[in-house]
Design a protein around this ligand. Sequence first.
Ligand SMILES: *Cc1c(COP(=O)(O)O)cnc(C)c1O
Length: 372
Amino acid sequence: MNVPLLDLKAQFQPIRAEIMAELQTVCDEQGFILGPRVVAFEESMATYIGSRYAIGCASGSDALLLSLMAMGVKAGDEVITVPFTFFATAGAIARLGAKPVFVDIQPDTFTIDPQLIVRAITSRTRAIMPVHLFGQCADMVGINEIATRNKLSVIEDACQAIGAGQQGKRAGVLGDTGCFSFFPTKNLGGFGDGGLITTDDKTLADSMAMLRVHGSQVRYLHEAVGINSRLDALQAAVLTIKLKYLDQWTEGRRKNAERYRQLFAKTKHADRVTLPHTTPGNFHVYNQFTVRVSKRDELRAFLKEKGVGTEVYYPLPMHLQNCYRELGHQKGSFPLSEQAAQEVMSIPIYAELTEAQQVYVVEMIGEFYERC
Ligand SMILES: *Cc1c(COP(=O)(O)O)cnc(C)c1O
């Protein structure tokens, strides 16, 4: 049996006609950059997230960058984040000449440990950038308490967490800004790159809307040195249609997660596989279903042979990346992130996955541990 990690073709087929018709209309209109379709999508997203403002941009990476720029983060400033994340989180900080200050994760949720943040704060700290990794929100109550006490901004890296929630509020309104990505493999994926920032703060919203068009409000007059980072009409057309189906797809992922829990509970080798932990009060959207396993790399090779797609998000924590050599970290600096990088494996969780496919994945994992 073949079980890919993600099957975007299965998602596209049922909505193909609807999307192709819209794409044709945009082509006939020949208006591609920002414009009314982008505005309409931004409004739909603000409604969906529950934020006052939503600003489309070119990628999730730029959503993080624009947030930091609007907050005035500059060379010499420090921003606290985790080493166990996708590159863009720390990359956005470093690109502005600011210093990513890492703190370790909680081993059960893979998200930032609020207790470790306090010790990392200095007179130069400007913001905290928690990552809602794999589709579950970081402990925003703990983080916001520290941020308020220390007058720090909070930027949610919600790129993997569209629709996720905590205490009844959605990711994107749990900090000062929320950053989203429409990279094709995210839960709301475009037909290319795209991103969006949510906020309730009018000053930040105006600033980010200006910074995404070279810092200009009136054409050819520039208030600030911005960047070129716009969402285009073709992406907005696709995303507007797909947003209607997002909750249904999320329910599919959550149902599949529940089914994995039932299937793994029944296996003989349940102790070799640690399933994702969900914190009470959290709504997990499972952008990834990430387990900790023993003999990970051998298991992955075995599953590949059996037709099961897996991936490691992420194999090398940021503090050990060559580009951050100058920060002076070494092996052992963030042991929980390093251990996670050694043990994690994501298995197929997409909404269209069938019960038979899930049974097969769990069976194959069982077969591997049977042999060793
Ligand atoms: C995908 C992702 C990003 C960046 O998104 P792009 O749209 O690819 O630039 C940032 N942070 C995390 C945690 C992500 O998963």
